[in-house]
Design a protein around this ligand. Structure first.
Ligand code: R5P
Length: 300
């Protein structure tokens, strides 16, 4: 027999139910599943993320540092907030026991052998993202590229599917091989991507005016890493990006092509989540490098 309800103090009739907001820019009106997935990627205590980008194989094949993801990347998983990878690598190499959120590359088409890279299509069904328990999907958008309209349409179709399933979409400002990279271009590209529905945007850092790119984009921006730089330069770039409004990074080569990837991701984490200054983070990198991978893991 069911127990009867007891009336009493536990109803707290004098306390209105709390109506919490949401800590990520432009995300406060999303549905619960969307917010929950965003909260798995962006650490609620800092509002930022260190996403480790290893999706390069989708058009470059076995990129330097990613030849054996089981050996180079799987040991780094405890240190990232999220992994950005292809569904092929997820299914074949990433252990299903891993509790880190996975953001899946959802576009593809031309390989690095082609001159024109903007000729992409959607390369994954949203149903498969849900099947894989993805925390999000990512897609290139080639604003100003030869196949601009198609790549925008790819993203809007993915956004519709993502809204239907509760899966956030990361729009990536793709610059191809030769396109200009300045604040004016990235303001335009990021804003278009957000206006057309992406839930967050991945874009490159620019020395001059990056804060205008983040300010005019109504959703969180994560900084793309780009080609390998000396560690201090990469840490400085990450520091400047978050100080100028980025909600973290989605970095690949500057982590996995570092001579000490575990030390580097720990140093990037300190910059992103603790506002550690670049020089201090570089000292941390060197200290952890000297201790070997185990030292970096302990610091995570
Ligand atoms: C770039 O748009 C793609 O998403 C890449 O394949 C990758 O994520 C880039 O990472 P990184 O430039 O930091 O090596």
């Amino acid at each position: 027999m069911p127990e009867a309800d007891k009336e009493g103090a536990r109803y707290f009739t004098d306390q209105p139910q709390s109506t919490p907001g949401f800590y990520l820019k432009g995300s406060h009106q999303l549905d619960w599943g969307m917010k929950n997935r965003m909260a798995r990627v962006f650490d609620p205590s800092s509002g930022r993320t260190v996403m480790l980008a290893i999706d390069h194989g989708y058009f470059q094949g076995p990129t330097t540092g990613l030849e054996r993801i089981d050996l180079s990347i799987v040991p780094l998983l405890p240190q990232c907030d999220a992994l950005f990878c292809t569904r092929g690598i997820l299914r074949t190499v990433i252990p299903a026991e891993c509790r880190k959120p996975m953001v899946l590359r959802a576009s593809g088409g031309p390989s690095i052998l082609r001159e024109e890279l903007s000729d992409e299509q959607i390369a994954m069904d949203m149903a498969d993202a849900v099947r894989l328990n993805a925390a999000g999907v990512g897609i290139q958008v080639f604003i100003g590229g030869e196949h601009e309209t198609r790549s925008v349409h790819n993203m809007t179709k993915l956004v519709d599917a993502g809204l239907n399933a509760g899966v956030p979409v990361m729009g990536i400002t793709a610059v191809g091989k030769n396109m200009v990279r300045d604040a004016k271009y990235f303001r335009l590209a990021c804003r278009i991507i957000a206006e057309l529905g992406a839930h967050y945007v991945k874009t490159y850092y620019v020395e001059d005016g990056f804060e205008t790119v983040t300010a005019s984009c109504p959703v969180p921006i994560v900084m793309a890493g780009g080609k390998k730089l000396p560690e201090l330069d990469a840490l400085t770039m990450a520091y400047n990006a978050v100080q100028q409004g980025a909600a973290g990074v989605d970095m690949g080569r500057n982590i996995f092509q570092s001579e000490a990837p575990a030390a580097m991701i720990a140093a990037v984490g300190a910059v992103v989540h603790k506002n550690m200054k670049p020089k201090e983070a570089f000292e941390l990198f060197n200290a952890l490098k000297a201790q070997g991978a185990q030292g970096a893991m302990r610091a995570a």
